[in-house]
Design a binder for this molecule. Structure first.
Ligand SMILES: [Zn+2]
Length: 271
């Protein structure tokens, strides 16, 4: 059940959906420009093919892509399917966060967290690298969350433990995984960006949720790698960016850790 009062539920859902789409559109700008060290504000969006500035009516999330049939209005250059996908994914994640979050604060941070994870995953898929700026943004979000929960009356000691134990335990576990992959597959399966991501997400999530998220990421990664090997008939040793798997694990952990933990405890200790 959502925390939102039922009288304004429909109205809030529409607002979240519209905001999710608009922010999704901005994420596309960040995913393209941040790894290139370009400003995310200037210049305004333009076609990478002909350089023409994109008019507002050609920049409506998802809708413009469909109306333009995935091509630039001026030069017919193909627009990547990733643009509507990122917008749609951000919309879906924001709605999912809204419907599952237990409080406004959890919803607020969940929406921003999911958007950053989308940027991180897309950048990692693009170049097998996670820009420091994205990991730093997650760390800033962790500090903001720390401050808000402190103002809300949560004890400073508990927050400090979660912040530092989360950051350190997560990144340490990932470093051990890195060594394990190196020994088993004889190659670097994880990168420095993955360790930094886990450090920042650990500070944001706390130690229980980050360790759970890393565990989930291994399952998600294993399933994807096996499916990929079966479908494409390629080796299990093919290279994969690990950022999207970690992001999936951390996002599920943020939303469902308590529910999954309760379910598991009930299952184990049922009389
Ligand atoms: Zn063009």
């Amino acid at each position: 059940m959502s925390f939102c009062p039922s009288e304004i539920f429909g109205f809030v859902i529409v607002i979240i959906a519209l905001l999710g789409l608009c922010v999704g559109s901005f994420l596309n700008v960040c995913i393209y420009r941040v790894p290139r060290h370009e400003s995310v504000v200037f210049p305004a969006s333009h076609c990478p093919g002909c350089g023409t500035k994109i008019k507002w009516y050609d920049n409506i999330p998802i809708l413009s892509f469909i109306l333009l049939r995935g091509k630039c209005r001026h030069c017919n250059e193909k627009i990547s399917l990733r643009y509507p996908l990122v917008e749609g994914l951000n919309l879906f994640f924001w709605l999912l966060v809204f419907l599952t979050a237990g409080s406004f604060v959890q919803c607020f941070f969940g929406c921003l967290f999911s958007s950053l994870l989308i940027c991180i995953s897309a950048a990692d898929l693009d170049s097998m690298e996670i820009p420091d700026a994205f990991n730093l943004a997650v760390l800033v979000l962790a500090v903001m969350k720390f401050g808000v929960y402190l103002l809300d009356g949560v004890s400073l000691k508990a927050l400090l433990i979660d912040f530092f134990a989360g950051a350190l335990s997560g990144s340490l576990l990932l470093f051990c995984l890195y060594l394990l992959v190196l020994k088993v597959l004889k190659k670097e399966g994880l990168g420095g960006g993955d360790v930094k991501l886990t450090f920042a997400c650990g500070a944001f999530l706390g130690w229980k949720q980050v360790l759970f998220g890393i565990g989930l990421s291994a399952y998600v990664g294993l399933i994807v790698v096996i499916i990929h090997a079966l479908v494409k008939r390629k080796s299990l040793k093919d290279s994969f960016p690990y950022g999207p798997f970690l992001s999936t694990g951390f996002f599920i952990s943020y939303l469902f850790f308590d529910k999954i933990f309760d379910w598991y405890v009930n299952l184990m200790f049922r009389v």
